[in-house]
Write a protein of this length. Structure first.
Length: 247
């Protein structure tokens, strides 16, 4: 018969602890799998991100038209930039009117609204407010650049603060569509703290088509059919990012 003295009890406790540790180790083994779980998470991430992006830009339901707000810059006493007899406010109004005409007449599932359809001044805050009140899905502002005659080309802007993935993705779509077809220098996708971009509650973009004081670009902008072409391309670029079908 085994008689347990103090040392014997200590030995049994020691053994129990040893087996408990063993048990703990066995329990802990699944943790090693987390390595591969982590790995697969990492592998899955780009796909998940991709899905999110796609979801971000295709949230429009079939029977709900996309609401596109078109904002020709300046107007009235505010002529914007001017050079060689033409004014930014007039050129961008022509481009925006043509964009509206093409979207309205040639595409399905889209509604448009202009901040102004004539030569009148509207405060910047009111342009954003109009779009917010209307519940626009997308805000597009039309502008021309000017410098000192030495700069040329096309660029687009989104807000330089917090913007959604949708805003970035749509800028990429619209910018690329236009830059590939405008046949002027591509100055790139930019961001800035512009009032209309900051104050609109939906995704928004500001297009600076060209430089009104560059002699070649001024010559193009003088032509009515070229302005129409800019309007057609802009409508197509919006149709492209929203996957709009032609009528
Ligand atoms: Zn402007």
């Amino acid at each position: 018969m085994l008689r347990l003295d103090k040392t014997g009890y200590m030995f049994i406790i020691f053994l129990s602890m040893f087996f408990m540790l063993g048990t703990l180790q066995v329990d802990a083994t699944p943790e090693q799998d987390e390595g591969s779980i982590e790995k697969s998470k990492v592998t899955d991430e780009p796909e998940a991100e991709q899905k999110l992006r796609t979801a971000d830009v295709t949230t429009q339901s079939e029977d709900q038209p996309v609401k596109i707000f078109l904002d020709p810059g300046h107007g009235g006493d505010d002529a914007g930039a001017q050079s060689n007899g033409i004014k930014e406010k007039d050129v961008v109004l022509d481009i925006a009117l043509k964009t509206k005409e093409v979207l309205d007449n040639e595409y399905e599932g889209v509604e448009t609204k202009l901040s102004r359809s004539s030569d009148k001044f509207i405060e910047l805050e009111d342009r954003a407010q109009q779009a917010n009140d209307w519940g626009a899905d997308y805000f597009t502002s039309f502008h021309l650049n000017s410098f000192d005659g030495s700069a040329s080309g096309f660029e687009s802007y989104i807000y330089n603060g917090n913007v959604s993935e949708e805003t970035k993705t749509r800028q990429h779509h619209v910018h690329t569509y236009l830059a590939d077809r405008l046949e002027v220098d591509d100055r790139g996708k930019q961001s800035a703290n512009y009032s209309v971009l900051r104050n609109t509650s939906m995704s928004s973009i500001l297009l600076e088509y060209m430089f009104i004081d560059d002699s070649d670009e001024n010559e193009l902008l003088q032509k009515e059919d070229y302005r129409d072409q800019l309007g057609e391309l802009t409508a197509e670029s919006i149709a492209d990012t929203y996957d709009l079908n032609k009528k």
